[in-house]
Ligand binder design. Structure first.
Ligand code: GLA
Length: 676
């Protein structure tokens, strides 16, 4: 449980009453009650209000707000407010603003605009967090700490350059080691003095986002920036912990956000929280995968849905409304996949600046007679009813899909073999093949203990970190099934190629050698031709993107290429290794192939679909104290049915019992417990 003061799924969200006058607050309180709101995230952007000048702090507004909320039965997720520094600070200490990738010194403006290596910023951010903790640590309303907001963005200032050099010294110990790791004899880059190293921005090595001349330094800069921002989080956390011991500390993450290595961040967070903003056309399986990744950051520990919109965003090109029922449906999707809170951005719509057209529980009209409010209030009632039943319930998946941020950085920075390779998309192809068959998977990092899974899938695992190949070997030897794909096992953690044949350190367990890698043009494809029938797989399937030209070194060849000069060479192999098997998929296959392929592996491993249901129904379960809660989410407008098996299950929301066929109303949800 996140905090036993509130033993239910928390309901509420970001609340900015400082943008309003007192009469409105009373209305807010009344409407929070109507909507069943019990948590407000406050103070997210209040630094400038609380600290009007360098040596002045004014907590009177916050004191009053905390007391007022508590009196009204609303608990507080208290933000430290450091996501945007005050204007006076930027004016007085220009070092607190960032230098961008083009080398331009920023002025005051926007948010998430602080130089993470400015000592002034760090000092005052920590001071503020400490003061808040000292003041509110025992406040009865306080249930969680929320540090800053959506950390992100990189800085290329002189302060960061100097800190980068210190970080590099620590990482490599000597310039010799650094020169080796970055392969600096290429293009005459040998460094003789640490001071010669400059940040890799558009004035030096990089252009167009992820294009770079030197993968080594660019990769390290991403590591370093993730570390620098994490340091900012950590100093605030330490300042809080000096005063406030037991209250959980978090910061809101952003799913697959590319710039920060969230597996590293998770080690310093008491609970993961994240902001979920899918568009109207985001595949629901992609959102499911993102929730699973957020759950995977802390080994399956439940997370907080910190933000979602009740209706629409404002910052997308097209900010469609969530259709009736969709807010509720997507809220339960989060809960189904591990969220123990349902929180919105925002509780009341602001009237000025860039978020005034962002959805809110309370709309500009100001009363409760709106579609959005009615839907919010309805969900509030249901969450009240669910009580603590689902809190802390876990996933029971037997398949782990690996995702790794450093691998992503290395792939994104890679010059060749193709610009079309999108790591997240390739991971999603595998995830989706299971999702469509109602088979659960966890999203896991490379540090995860693999032995708890029957199948581990590592799509495009280009970078192999120290010890990972041995871990895979041990996993397969002991009976595990490992799957990896084209362009895997190529480099070490410094993006240096492992010589002696691809897929490098994975070659032994896979029993193959990839001699060459062909990049197909956007309109080209090849064929996967099965060598006979294997379960649901037979005949020919399409593949594209990249084609590894592989040779078997002991692996069984299950399929071969159907076209081009490498027609007849293996494209799908299985290598028996100890008690288990390691599969290599040498190209990017069509969805139908992946469904059948992974379906076969599940069958061989005794992994069964949760239900049998047509496309449009999402199923997933959470398990607690031996009870399984099966969520059936209908993403279509019309009713749909699923075959849930003979066992009787009872819907937590309606009390109705089902066995055999369960009808899920259009955009509806069933939470079916198997408790006797
Ligand atoms: C983010 C931020 C919020 C708000 C919302 C709008 O998630 O954390 O402050 O800007 O986006 O969607």
């Amino acid at each position: 449980m996140i905090n036993d003061k509130l033993p239910k799924i928390w309901y509420g969200g970001d609340y900015n009453p400082e943008q309003w006058d007192a009469p409105v607050w009373a209305e807010d309180e009344r409407m929070f009650k109507l909507a069943g709101i019990d948590v407000a995230t406050i103070n997210v952007f209040s630094w400038a209000l609380i600290q009007p000048s360098e040596d002045e702090y004014d907590f009177s507004g916050l004191d009053e707000l905390m007391d007022r909320l508590y009196k009204n039965g609303t608990y507080v997720c208290l933000a430290t407010g450091t996501g945007a520094h005050p204007a006076w600070m930027a004016h007085r200490y220009p070092e607190v603003t960032r230098v961008d990738v083009q080398g331009r010194k920023r002025k005051f403006g926007g948010r998430h605009n602080s130089n993470p290596n400015s000592q002034v910023y760090r000092k005052y951010a920590a001071k503020l967090a400490g003061k808040l903790a000292e003041r509110y640590k025992d406040h009865p309303a306080l249930v969680a700490w929320h540090i800053s907001n959506e950390y992100g963005g990189y800085d290329y200032s002189e302060q960061s350059a100097a800190a980068f050099r210190v970080w590099l010294k620590e990482r490599y110990g000597s310039l010799d080691a650094l020169n080796k790791a970055w392969n600096t004899r290429f293009w005459g880059h040998t460094f003789y003095d640490w001071e010669e190293i400059v940040v890799p921005n558009e004035l030096s090595e990089e252009w167009n986002g992820n294009r770079t001349n030197f993968q080594g330094i660019s990769l390290d800069y991403r590591r370093f920036m993730s570390y620098s921002l994490l340091e900012c989080y950590k100093i605030e956390k330490e300042a809080i912990r000096e005063h406030s011991k037991g209250i959980p500390v978090t910061t809101n993450l952003m799913g697959f956000y590319p710039e920060l290595d969230y597996f590293e961040w998770a080690k310093h967070m008491d609970i993961i929280s994240w902001d979920n903003y899918p568009a109207l056309d985001t595949p629901v399986s992609h959102t499911a995968m993102t929730h699973d990744l957020m759950r995977g950051l802390k080994n399956g520990q439940p997370f907080m849905l910190m933000e979602q919109t009740p209706s629409q965003q404002n910052w997308m090109p097209y900010n469609s409304l969530k259709r009736p029922g969709v807010m509720r449906l997507w809220s339960y999707q989060a809960v189904a996949r591990g969220a123990d809170t349902v929180l919105f951005f925002q509780l009341r719509r602001s009237i000025g600046a860039c978020e005034k057209y962002h959805g809110a529980v309370i709309e500009h009209v100001g009363h409760e007679h709106t579609r959005v409010f009615r839907e919010c209030a309805e969900l509030g009632r249901e969450l009240e009813l669910l009580g603590d039943k689902l809190l802390d319930a876990r996933s029971a998946a037997q398949i782990g899909i690996i995702y790794d941020w450093e691998n992503r950085w290395a792939l994104d920075l890679s010059s060749g073999p193709t610009i079309a390779l999108d790591y997240v998309k390739e991971v999603h192809k595998y995830y989706n093949a299971l999702y469509q068959q109602n088979i659960e998977a966890d999203m896991i990092g490379v540090e995860e203990n693999l032995s708890k899974y029957k199948i581990v899938i590592a799509p495009v695992l280009y970078m192999i970190k120290p010890g990972f190949a041995e871990k895979v070997e041990a996993f397969v030897k002991a009976g595990g099934t490992f799957v990896t794909t084209f362009f895997s096992g190529i480099v070490n953690e410094n993006d240096l190629v492992t010589v002696g044949g691809y897929p490098g350190e994975l070659r032994k367990v896979l029993g193959i050698w990839a001699e060459e890698i062909d990049a197909l043009l956007p309109d080209m494809s090849n064929e996967i031709v099965m060598n006979g029938e294997w379960g649901a797989l037979s005949g020919t399937y399409k593949c594209d993107l990249l084609c590894d030209l592989i040779h078997s070194e002991g692996a069984e060849v299950l399929a071969h290429y159907g076209a081009d000069f490498y027609k007849g060479m293996p494209v799908l192999t299985a290598n028996s290794f100890g008690e288990g098997k390691a599969y290599y998929v040498a190209s990017s296959p069509e969805a139908g192939f992946l469904q059948s392929f992974l379906g076969n592996l599940c069958e061989e491993n005794g992994i069964k679909p949760l239900v049998h249901a047509p496309e449009g129904i999402e199923s997933v379960q959470r398990v607690k104290d031996g009870v399984s809660y099966l969520f059936l989410l209908n993403h279509q407008e019309g009713d749909m049915s699923a075959d849930i098996g003979a066992e009787e299950r009872t819907d937590l929301l309606t009390g109705k019992s089902f066995s055999g066929t369960a009808v899920v109303p259009g955009r509806g949800v069933l939470i079916l417990s198997d408790k006797k």
